[in-house]
Design a protein around this ligand. Structure first.
Ligand code: HEM
Length: 117
């Protein structure tokens, strides 16, 4: 019998992968239309599902949603999605600063999830 926790974790990994693919796709695309598609169809839904499944995981395990590692991941992943959506919808030319904010925000969130300081 598959444990619910394992199913949530599996679904969470898929959501995190979609979030990451959307960030990479948005910042490596060469035209605005493609950037928007990666941001709107991968980064944004991946981000929302990551948070929903993260909250379900935390509740199932009994983790406090105000734990340092979760609050840190909430802040870091918010920076990542804002930078990605800004590149896709607000900034016409490729922005190195937004690309740095997008990838660094994602990596920091991931590190907090694995090391849980
Ligand atoms: C509201 C935001 C979030 C909450 C409440 C949350 C909650 C959690 C919880 C409770 C776990 C432990 C699951 C377990 O060990 O069974 C976990 C694991 C994980 N989370 Fe999150 N998470 C959130 C956001 C994120 C974000 C933004 C990312 C990626 C950028 C992420 C990536 C991961 C990964 C990769 C794991 C597995 C770590 C491991 O197995 O060592 N999470 N998350």
């Amino acid at each position: 019998m598959l444990s619910a926790l394992l199913v949530y974790r599996f679904l969470k990994f898929i959501a995190v992968a979609a979030f990451f693919a959307g960030i990479v796709g948005t910042f490596s695309a060469t035209d605005r239309e493609t950037r928007r598609r990666w941001a709107d169809r991968h980064a944004a839904p991946g981000f929302v599902l990551t948070w929903i499944l993260g909250t379900v995981l935390a509740t199932t395990r009994g983790d406090s949603l105000v734990s340092r590692w979760i609050v840190g991941a909430v802040i870091a992943s918010s920076i990542a999605i804002w930078a990605t959506l800004a590149q896709a919808h607000l900034v016409p030319d490729k922005s190195r600063a937004l690309s740095m904010a997008g990838s660094l925000g994602f990596v920091v969130a991931l590190a907090l999830m694995v090391f849980r300081p």
